[in-house]
Design a binder for this molecule. Sequence first.
Ligand code: MOS
Length: 757
Amino acid sequence: MSYVPSSWLPGGKPDPLIARRVTLGTQQPRVDGPDKVRGAARFAAEVPMEGLLYAACVHSTIARGRIAALDVSVAEAAPGVVLVMTHRNAPKMALPPPIGLTNLKAAGNSILPVMQDPDIRWNGQAIAVVLAETQEQADHAASLVKARYEAVAARTRFETAKADARTPDSLMIEKNQLKKGDVQAAFQAAARRVDAVYRTPWHNHNPIEPNAATIVWSGDRLIVHDATQMLNGTAGSLAKVFGIKESQVHVSSPFVGGGFGGKGLWDHQILGAAAAKLAGRPVRIALSRAGMHRLIGGRSPTEQRVALSAEADGKLTGLIHHGFSVKPQHSVCDEAFTLSGRSLYASDSVDIVQHTLDLDVLANTFMRAPGEAPGTFALECAMDELAHALGMDPIELRRRNVSDGDPITGAPHSQSDMMLAYELGAERFGWHRRVAAPRSLKDGEWRLGMGCATGSFPYARMPGMSARITIDDNGHATVSSAAHEMGMGTTTVQQQHAADRLGLPLDRVTVRIGDTSLPFGSFAGGSSQTASLGAAINAASAKLASQLLRLAGNDTPLAGLKVGDIEFADGGLRKIDDSSRHESFVSILKRAARREVSVTGESGAPLEMLKFSMHSRSAIFCELRVSDVTGEIRIDRLVGCFDCGRILNPRTAASQFRGGMIMGIGMALTEETLFDERTGRVMSASIADYHVPVHLDVPDIDVLWTDIADPRTPMGARGIGEIGITGVAAAIANAAFNATGKRVRDLPLTPDKFLFA
Ligand code: MOS
């Protein structure tokens, strides 16, 4: 039976750890830090294996059609080559099952067949995999494969695809189309209105560690060392694809060098496993940066219309948020950019709907703060435009409209104090120094400006995630779960959590994650992992208490007490608030002649999400300069103040927030996948062409938080992994408007747009 934390529901008591925490909330260094610094942390492409073969992919150069001729003979004869796999000799494989919120055993971003036929479905699809004794030999031989295609007309143009746009019923777990009140009438009667179209481009994933897997078949068992944020999803999917049992697939991923949504299941793991099967040898498939741009989907471009109408006092009367994103039919992930608009502000009338475009392109996928990153860009620029039209301070405009609870359903917030985030952030930033009139301040060639924007990301907790707690006869606790460490501090924070939960010092808790041999884990995505794993550990601790009480028997200071009477403290159990009736784990196990006691708990149905409106929010502030000569933007300062419940470890949290904000700088200024609409080809398939921020692009970033406990979540915390990027591009664009008087609604904010706008 799974544990449902009914105490967090209305009328219940919040998690007692909110009040009782010891190490939670304190700065703790990363448990995995020393190994990473020493180079001892082993990543997927570093796992050594006897007889390892290296894989290189050959990619199609057309977007749609079929392979008419494929000559692999020269490649096969090249030095070191062991085999070339194509659709002609690839093993039969089933379709990868799609990632779904109801199927945690699936991780596929695309549901297309993998190398099963001569059909080409996107420009960049793998048409051959070369296996060789070294990576260099494989790469060279891949360049010798000759393909001839019969091309057919491909759908690769955003604008053209609008004619056949689809309107999905739902987005993630929300209804797509929302209407409330009479928007037309509101706009007609309004004192002020703004109405504009905002665009965000394709973005590609560029984590430090490229996608990679080292794969071996041991008889009919498949062993995959992967870089994944979906361990059990990957195992379940590969089992389906190869027609074997889940228990025959072992996926290991102890360290991941950044995920951000791009480390799910893609064709390369499937191709690597297929090629390993064919060769009868282990295979490493480590994608090049170019390979990542061909085989790992990115964030869909969006075109969004946001229209706002308001009374003279700034009160919103109408909100329209419409738009388009790309989601091919074979693609799984929604780019739900209208989510921000439906939860942030209270408006008398709303009209919200988004449409998807079906193109012959690689499946798009989630990328840090899917939906909310582009969505807050459009909505928060529009709010700034409205503030300007009203002659009102943009923070004041938000104060007059911030919603108390869900603006559509009326569900109460679990906890939310966005305006406190604005107040604290404005004070830290020095917002009072801002000159409201655009184009007022100049310093040589530079125009100076300040801007702000709201960031937002929903809370999520995944059901089904489980954790095992084992207490040994030394009183040491080991917490195990197939959870993920992508650099965010999972091990560190859950060690703190388990220590506080079990009444132990930190050094008596070990956290083991990153492997499907451990209890089932949900994915590290949707900023949900900390809450999901936290709930699982909480559930396990409840079982542990009752198990230990049973083991303790009657010859104990705990005799006669029930589970409801006891708590964990000082390395054992005690009567609540009565240290005279205490027995240690060591003593209980010793008397019972047990080496250890082990229990498993599960994150139950996330009922709190049904009862409450649960969102993390932020207030982002930017000070920047724009060159009158070159149009270049230089960011001088960013401040982010976050309202995300309790912060569990200020060190790892600050790093998450700051990292997200740096991605926001990339989104604002430079990141743009250059997609050739004539051919469907990604032209910017390297980090020389796809520009992520470098140190010189990144100014001082100050992060702070409200640190108010959310009484409806484990440990009082909401997710913080994704919110950092949200609102940042809008704050930067709004500051650029304040500096120059030019309103650029098209990301990225490249110099040409300021010079020639
Ligand atoms: Mo996140 S885009 O759910 O890794």
